[in-house]
Design a protein. Structure first.
Length: 196
């Protein structure tokens, strides 16, 4: 995959509605601190910075961090903090908002439980999580070499039960394309959760 092309195309996408809704739902009582998990070129991170958040953004790919640092150079070290790290390597700071748009299912199944515990611990009571989870009917879910974390409604219900109030959980199952122009079937769950 040409990562440069991928990141350039990702910047042209519309903001995910569940991120905008999560920002609108947060009360002013919580500190405006956010984590962008698997930030890519940083479209979501920059959106949050523009709305007054201190954003901790990380991605495992060095080119993603390079692109975000270029785009957000005016905010680096003040309201934008970047790290090259995998999901299980990142040190999760306290946050009122965590976003994992089309990224968290790339977390290796062997470490997903640990990562989910860490992000849950870092999220403030009343804070919001928004992100996507991959379903079993997705084309990529059939490819075991990808080592993706796959969920069903039952496993998501268990995952959320102890710590979260589910605001929305929307399933999407449709034919589509990747940003690189390849046909695939998408099967994802888009979630907005509030920490109890």
């Amino acid at each position: 995959m040409n990562h440069g092309t991928y990141y350039e195309r990702s910047k042209q996408l519309d903001l995910y509605p569940h991120l905008r809704e999560s920002v609108e739902r947060l009360t002013g009582e919580l500190p405006r601190t956010a984590i962008d998990m698997g930030c890519g070129a940083g479209r979501n991170a920059l959106f949050l910075v523009e709305r007054g958040y201190r954003v901790h953004a990380f991605d495992h790919h060095p080119l993603a961090i390079e692109r975000l640092q270029e785009a957000g150079k005016a905010h680096l070290g003040s309201s934008l903090f970047t790290s090259q790290a995998r999901f299980d390597e990142f040190e999760y700071p306290p946050a009122s908002l965590i976003t994992a748009c089309m990224s968290l299912f790339f977390c290796h199944p062997d470490v997903f439980t640990t990562v989910w515990h860490r992000l849950t611990q870092s999220l403030s009571s009343g804070g919001m999580f928004c992100g996507h989870f991959m379903g079993p009917d997705d084309t990529w879910a059939q490819d075991e070499s990808r080592h993706l974390t796959i969920h069903t409604p039952a496993t998501l219900s268990t995952l959320f039960a102890d710590d979260y109030h589910v605001i929305t959980l929307q399933e999407q199952s449709r034919a589509g394309m990747t940003l690189m122009g390849k046909n695939k079937h998408w099967h994802t769950y888009s979630a907005i959760l509030q920490k109890r």
